[in-house]
Write a protein that binds this ligand. Sequence first.
Ligand SMILES: *Cc1c(COP(=O)(O)O)cnc(C)c1O
Length: 356
Amino acid sequence: MSKSITNWIRPEIQQLSAYYVPDSSNVIKLDAMENPYGWDAVIIEEWLKILQTTALNRYPDSSARKLKSLLRTVMQVPERMEMVLGNGSDELIQMLILALNGPRRVLLVPEPSFIMYRHLAQVVGMKYVGVPLQENSFTLDMYAMLEAIETYQPALVFLAYPNNPTGNLFATEDIEAVIETTPGVVVIDEAYAPFSNRTFMSRLEQYPNLLMMRTVSKLGLAGLRLGLLVGSPNWLEQIEKVRQPYNINVLTQVSVAFALRHYTMFKEQIQRIKGDRDILLDQLSALKNIQVWSSQANFILFRVADAQAISKQLQEKGILIKCVHGRHPLLEDCLQVTIGTSKENQAFLQALKQLL
Ligand SMILES: *Cc1c(COP(=O)(O)O)cnc(C)c1O
């Protein structure tokens, strides 16, 4: 057989496009759902002292005991539940797919949603079924969902709550019906929990096939890469076998633990972001030639006449937001803007006004 790359790389991989991250030097960066705020100088000093005494020659604590105990408190993990940590929740999604995949196994996801679910299913080789949300409201289409669950008997379902990129929370009774009818596992991905006032974390006891996922990324620690999967010990002891033993490096372990001990600082930042989100929502809603969706997350989805053109023109003005047009038919001409500092939000708004 020829040594050509195309003969050997799996055809599904050849068809994929790599996750695209644009160059963001010298721009107002409102494209990645990051917290725009840093830390006070005193806090940074305190953190550096901890780094000075961190042993880089040793492997990290594989079970990350200290970190887990802090996460348990901050994320209000129910007492009887276990945790598995991931190098970002992206890695947890991959671990779940690896553990649950098999012949005729299906991953089912309402769409549009977080693109890594589909991407990682394709990488691992798991059959993926997307069920469209209702047009415009982006609520679960329960007729279609229950029919798809009946047909495909999914091994795994992901529900992003609040959903990305639509920003809404699905109705509680709809989620309950999905959990009750799904034969496999339902994972509720609460990446945006800090910005929303609802959670399913306290419902874990009630549903044996429910797992919860959280991350510290959207909270303000995206650079450290830490996500957590929460659920009953029975499920998590199986998922734990898929985890690379040292997936959470020492710098992440000590830095996240340090940050969580200063959680009030994040709480203040989150309050500010939520306030600025509501201001920007009002301001965008007042504009003409634009459709805006309300949001329980740290971003806003909106529709313009020509999303690709606007996104490009904003970029020329030094403002980077996310163009989600082309990802899914329901997102036609849609753009997603992350809430930055109030100054950044106003710069974005002024630039957008000139383009509409
Ligand atoms: C950003 C995001 C994630 C990924 O989080 P990481 O922990 O940074 O990998 C997971 N799920 C959703 C819905 C997200 O928007």
